[in-house]
Structures are given as structure tokens and as C-alpha cells.
Design a protein around this ligand. Structure first.
Ligand SMILES: Cc1ncc(COP(=O)(O)O)c(C=O)c1O
Length: 484
């Protein structure tokens, strides 16, 4: 039976909104101390319930300050940070050299919208010089990750004169109207009602989530079946991508996260990414890597896509560019970047000078302290620890990790792979109580994701693993998860 339209919409809205009283109860039940409680209650009193914080944790911590990879809340409780503000704080908290550079710029001039300044020019040079590719490159600045994504979309369409952008289901590219056309979050449909979050010229294909292959195959024996299926879309006359007879390709670009972030820190097989780039070259469209969360050393290379030996035409980056100040950028081929004229895009706080000054210092530290190599090494160490936990914990169905970008997927039964979403949410809260901050996410809300500041020490990784071990024991007991 078909539910009447109004009833369906109203029921969906009721399920998705949470009354203020319920959020206040969460604060009463779970806040970490009196000061935290008061600030959270004030927050709920004066801010919209639409913020992300209460969707990340049953009750979010109230951070006061940080040092390296350790955060302290307003009640003085310490946390090992395995989140880095969604990978923003790449070199950790209270990084004196970066903060000094930011403050010095603040004392000179804070912002004059859109005018070129020295730190901006310097950071542009550093980004260009540090990005692979034996072709000339340039940058275009913005403020947020979503904005950088939208610039990349706009550029690809402008440059090629073609409409379609291809992306993966499960990718996250931001929540502004344009970027949301690429982001796949089930709840976005309802929040955008009555106008769906759709850019009508976006085509989505399945991401190679090999633990749960959308085609029921196994990697690597699948021989990249998914990539073959994608390529067939260009050969058939029954898609919009290409008109083989008229030899007209309608694709402006492929814009993907090399490794899906909000969908649970999923590492795509590297040959798959290589294949996507080959298809982009064959059909002559722009290949764009969204490195907003994967990039800036997170995976042990400056850009995640480098692991696949792929040089994208454009890269969108943000979050960690300035270790915490808002700044985003598109880096890419000169001929694309110079294909449009002055004023093609603008944003008042673009290339915020203090952020650029922080970014310049950040690159200096990256080079001096071999930050990328260290991230790769500490990531391998962390991954080894997670592998060891998997041997002993029946709830750990799957582990992913590259550099300090790691995750584990909780299941009720390893054989059936039934997702253990409630167990993951419960474990997340217990980890917080025990002093570890991480994210939970995944196609089925059942993955714990770890992205510490790249300066995290091995001792802190050990401590986090010990706490995780204890929490998994409790979780398995509570949710009756055993080896079958
Ligand atoms: C991969 C990716 N792209 C784009 C964005 C959007 O960035 P912002 O929130 O700064 O708009 C995010 C944010 O989490 C992201 O992870």
C-alpha cells in the first residue's frame, strides 16, 4: 500500500528531528563534568539543533585546549585525539611555530577581501612545487572544502564545455548546495525537501568497497569487474556518458575521494584508481581528486592519490592546509586554471592571510621534520596494532589503514558480516569516557575511524590501542558478539 505523500514526509521529519528535551537529557546523562554540562546546555539554548556535534557523539566533549595529540576538556579531562577535528589539526594543537606565524600576520593585516598578499603567493608556490606532475600547475583559493569542490566542478565544466560530473555513491564532498549534488547521504534528501539536493548533471557509480563488494565479487580475483562495468557505460548507446556513434563524450570530469572518508575511511584498491584515471584520459575528461580529508600527509604521502601512481588534473584540498584556520584550494593543470577570466569565482574570506602564513610554516615543518615519512611509519605501527586486535576480537570484521588514516568495521558475526551499528555507537561513547576521541561512520554506521594529528607518538598510539582493546571486550560482552 502506498503511504499518502504528506504522511510519509511528516513521519520522516519526525524520525529525523530530535526534540530539544531529548538532547538536553543526553547532556544530563553523558556530559563529562559540570563545566561541560553548563556549556552544552547553553549551546543547546542558543544554537540550532542542526549542528553536527550531537550527531557525532551521544554527548560531545567540550574542548578547552590541546597540546600535540592530546586534548583537554573544560573539566580538565585529557583525551587522546584520534580525530584531529576531521583531519584539520594535522600538526597537533598549540603548535608554537605555526601559531607564531599566524599571530605575526594577524598583527600586520587580517584581511582585505581577495587582494593578493605575500603569504598567499608563497603558499601557492609551495603547493605547486610539492604537488606531483610534470606539467605546469596553478592554484585557486577558497575558504571551505565544499567551496573548493564546487570550484573544481565549475572549472571542469567551463574547461571542457561538457555537463556531466561522475562521482561515487558514498563520497562526501560537502553540504553546500552545489557540493551536495555530489555527496551521498541518505538524510540529505529529507533536509533539502522540497527541492532535492541534486545537480542534474551528476552521475554516481558504486565505490569499490571490497569488504562488501556491490557486485558480490572478491578483490583481487574480481579483476576490477566494477571498473569494467563503468567503462562499458561509455561503450553503450544507452547511457548519457558518451554517444559512440557521434563520438561525443558528455563528461566534464570525474570528482572522487580516492579513499572514502565520511563513508568510513575506506581504502579503494590502488589499481582501481589507476584504471579510473586511464578511463578519464581515454574519454578526455578532467580527473579530480578530493583530498580535503585524505590529503596533506594523512596517508603518508602529501596527496592520497599518489599511492596509486596517479597524477590528477585537479586536486581539491582544505581542512589541514593551515593546521586549523579556514583555507581551501584547488591545485591543477595550468591550462585548466587559466581557462577562465578574473572574477570567475570569489569568496570574501578567500586565501585568508593568517591561514596562508600558517600554511607556509606548515610546509617548512613538513619538509624539515620528515612529517610524511613519520606519518607512514606511525600509521604502519598503528595498523599492526589494529591487526593484532582483530585476531582477538570477533567483532572486528574489517580493517583498513594507510598512513594515519585507519578504521575498523564492527560486525555481529564475522561470517555473515552483519553490521553491528549499535555496538559501534556504544563503543564510541565508551572510548570517549575512557579518554579517546574518534569518529564513527560507515555505510551502516558501524565503522570506528582514526585520524590522529600526524605528530602523535607511539606511546599515545599504544595507550589508545589498550583502551580500544578494553572497550572491545566490553562491547562484545554487552552485545554478545562471539567467534562463530
Ligand atoms: C572529502 C571531503 N570533501 C569536502 C568536504 C567539505 O569540506 P567543508 O566542510 O570544509 O565544506 C569534506 C568535509 O568533511 C570532506 O571530508
Amino acid at each position: 500500500m502506498v503511504t499518502p505523500f504528506e504522511e510519509r514526509i511528516l513521519a520522516e521529519r519526525r524520525r529525523m528531528s530530535e526534540p530539544l528535551e531529548s538532547l538536553q537529557k543526553r547532556v544530563q546523562d553523558f556530559s563529562q563534568g559540570d563545566k561541560s554540562k553548563q556549556i552544552l546546555l547553553d549551546t543547546l539554548r542558543y544554537e540550532s539543533t542542526g549542528h553536527l556535534d550531537f550527531s557525532l557523539f551521544p554527548c560531545p566533549p567540550v574542548i578547552d585546549h590541546g597540546e600535540g595529540a592530546i586534548l583537554y576538556d573544560v573539566d580538565g579531562k585529557a583525551y587522546i585525539d584520534l580525530h584531529a577535528g576531521f583531519t584539520v589539526n594535522v600538526l597537533g594543537y598549540a603548535q608554537k611555530e605555526i601559531n607564531e606565524a599566524i599571530k605575526a600576520q594577524m598583527d600586520k593585516v587580517i584581511q582585505f577581501a581577495e587582494l593578493p598578499m605575500q603569504p598567499r603567493a608563497e603558499l601557492a608556490r609551495l603547493l605547486v612545487e610539492h604537488t606531483n606532475g610534470d606539467f605546469e600547475k596553478k592554484v585557486m583559493w577558497a575558504v571551505t572544502g565544499g567551496e573548493a569542490v564546487e570550484i573544481a566542478m565549475k572549472l571542469a565544466r567551463w574547461y571542457t564545455g561538457k555537463p556531466l560530473i561522475i562521482t561515487h555513491w558514498g563520497d562526501y564532498h560537502g553540504r553546500t548546495a552545489g557540493a551536495m549534488g555530489l555527496t551521498s547521504k541518505a538524510f540529505m534528501m529529507a533536509y533539502s525537501y522540497p527541492i532535492p539536493p541534486m545537480d542534474t548533471a551528476v552521475v554516481k557509480i558504486p565505490f569499490p568497497y571490497c569488504y562488501r563488494c556491490p557486485f558480490g565479487k572478491e578483490y583481487p580475483s574480481c579483476d576490477l569487474f566494477c571498473a569494467d562495468q563503468f567503462e562499458k557505460m561509455f561503450e553503450s548507446k544507452e547511457t548519457w556518458l558518451n554517444n559512440p556513434k557521434a563520438k561525443v563524450v558528455n563528461v566534464a570530469g570525474m570528482l572522487i575521494e580516492p579513499f572514502q572518508s565520511s563513508a568510513g575511511y575506506l581504502i579503494a584498491p590502488l589499481p582501481y584508481l589507476k584504471r579510473m584515471k586511464e578511463i578519464a584520459e581515454k574519454y578526455d575528461f578532467v580527473f579530480i581528486s578530493d583530498e580535503v580529508q585524505n590529503g596533506m600527509g594523512r596517508t603518508g604521502k602529501l596527496w592520497a592519490i599518489e599511492h596509486a601512481g596517479v597524477t590528477p588534473d585537479l586536486i581539491a584540498a582544505a581542512k589541514s592546509l593551515a593546521n586549523g584556520l579556514p583555507l581551501s584550494v584547488v591545485i591543477g593543470r595550468k591550462e585548466i586554471m587559466d581557462s577562465w577570466g578574473p572574477g570567475a569565482h570569489s569568496s570574501t574570506f578567500t586565501a585568508y592571510p593568517a591561514a596562508c602564513a600558517g600554511g607556509v610554516k606548515l610546509f617548512e615543518i613538513f619538509d624539515r621534520d620528515r612529517v610524511l615519512e613519520n606519518a607512514a611509519e606511525k600509521g604502519a605501527y598503528f595498523l599492526e596494532g589494529l591487526n593484532e586486535l582483530q585476531n582477538r576480537h570477533p567483532s572486528v570484521g574489517h580493517i583498513n589503514g594507510l598512513g594515519l588514516y585507519l578504521s575498523l568495521e564492527l560486525v555481529k558475526d564475522r561470517r555473515t558480516k552483519e553490521p553491528a551499528a549499535k555496538a559501534a555507537a556504544w563503543a564510541l561513547q565508551r572510548l570517549l569516557e575512557e579518554g579517546v576521541i574518534c569518529i564513527y561512520s560507515g555505510y551502516y554506521y558501524n565503522r570506528l575511524c582514526f585520524a590522529p594529528p600526524l605528530v602523535i607518538g607511539k606511546e599515545e598510539i599504544n595507550q589508545a590501542l589498550q583502551i580500544l582493546d578494553r572497550v572491545l571486550v566490553e562491547t562484545e560482552k554487552k552485545f554478545d558478539i562471539q567467534f562463530s
